[in-house]
Design a protein around this ligand. Structure first.
Ligand code: IPM
Ligand code: MN
Length: 357
């Protein structure tokens, strides 16, 4: 029997509710496919600030390094919102991404046929479908660049730096082109090359990498135009390749137009099979612990973990199909509920998915 060591970081808010359901799904899948997952639950985010005085305790990072994958819920909440920048729960994410070298963030956004009515886009637009993948650089750029504060002539200032080197751009570009080869063979590289020098290097480098993938169609868009195109006609996109900060913004937009931010998983990867998997939504503290959260993004993140870290594509499809069946039967958590559907809570939704596996 195959065995994998999985570090589980439920985090804060609904992270706790939804990881619980996803782990049950993983246990059942493990049984079905002869694989044992050894889970270790770790603290990071606001709960770690409360208990250890730091968002990412050294022990948590060390344990993650020893595991085969990290399975994360969500971190943060109003309770910790007034802390200084480097002590906030979000700092745990930066520490995990940077500390584990997870430079490639994959954020698929697709609209489920049965959930189309939940999209805020007009029918004529959403009918053309959305099935895109945001490939976001995750350990460079302005998130990790030099920053600081100072004063000039008694006026305070602050700055952050967007800096990319060629190697960082190349490796994320390869991830995007490889992903495109398995999809519809189209990469849209997003930058702000009309203004930013770092974007000009980004564009030049992507053009170079593209030569190794002659089958893939490459085009370039400025980030402001991309924001517009995403609501005008998202069906034009296959793979969107972009920097850390642009990817942050565009992936939120991409998820919102599908109408179901509670449905979207993500994977953060490097060159080996190790990865960190989490839903793209936040910790939704207002509904935490009330059995209201949608566990599906977390469950679908488990599917991504099986696919990318454990080479278990069939099991991953099994989970995705189970989710789709439950939706087809009309079950909905509050966030995706529409009239005539059957409203269920977090636990019931988890149970329904289990029953389909
Ligand atoms: C995300 C989040 C994080 C980011 C925050 C919480 C630091 O918005 O994963 O997209 O900006 O990367
Ligand atoms: Mn974000």
């Amino acid at each position: 029997m195959k065995e994998y060591k999985v570090s589980v970081i439920p985090g804060d808010g609904i992270g706790v509710d939804i990881t619980e359901q996803a782990i049950k799904v993983l246990e059942k899948i493990g049984g079905k496919y002869g694989t044992k997952f050894n889970f270790t639950t770790l603290k990071a985010g606001g709960c770690a600030i409360d208990e250890f005085g730091t968002p990412l305790p050294e022990a948590t990072l060390e344990e993650c390094k020893k595991s085969d994958a990290v399975f994360l819920g969500a971190v943060g909440g109003p309770k910790w919102d007034t802390l200084p920048g480097n002590q906030r729960p979000e700092k745990a994410l930066m520490g995990l991404r940077g500390g584990l070298g997870l430079y490639a963030n994959l954020r698929p956004a697709k609209v489920y046929n049965i959930l189309k009515s939940a999209s805020p886009l007009k029918e004529a637009i959403i009918d053309k479908g959305i099935d895109l993948l945001v490939v976001r650089e995750l350990t460079g750029g302005i998130y990790f660049g030099e920053r600081g504060r100072g004063a000039e002539e008694d006026v305070n200032y602050a700055y952050d730096t967007e800096k990319y080197n060629v190697e960082e751009i190349k490796r994320i570009a390869h991830v995007a082109f490889k992903a495109a080869m398995k999809r519809n063979k189209k990469v849209t590289s997003v930058d702000k090359a009309n203004i930013l020098e770092s974007s000009r290097l980004w564009r030049e480098t992507v053009v170079e990498v593209a030569k190794e993938y002659p089958e893939v169609e490459l085009n370039h868009l400025y980030v402001d135009n991309t924001a517009m195109q995403l609501v005008r006609d998202p069906s034009q996109f296959d793979v969107i390749l972009t920097s850390n900060i642009f990817g942050d913004i565009l992936s939120d937009e991409a998820s919102m137009i599908t109408g179901s931010i509670g449905m979207l998983p993500s994977a953060s990867l490097r060159n080996d099979s190790f990865g960190m998997y989490e839903p793209i939504h936040g910790s939704a503290p207002d509904i935490a612990g009330k059995d209201l959260a949608n566990p599906l993004a977390q469950i679908l993140s488990a599917a991504m973990m099986l696919e990318y870290s454990f080479n278990m594509s069939e099991a991953a499809r099994d989970i995705e199909n189970a989710v789709e069946k439950v939706l087809e039967k009309g079950y909905r958590t509050g966030d995706i509920y529409t009239e005539g559907m059957k409203k269920v809570g977090t636990k019931e939704m988890g149970k329904l998915v289990l029953e389909e596996i």
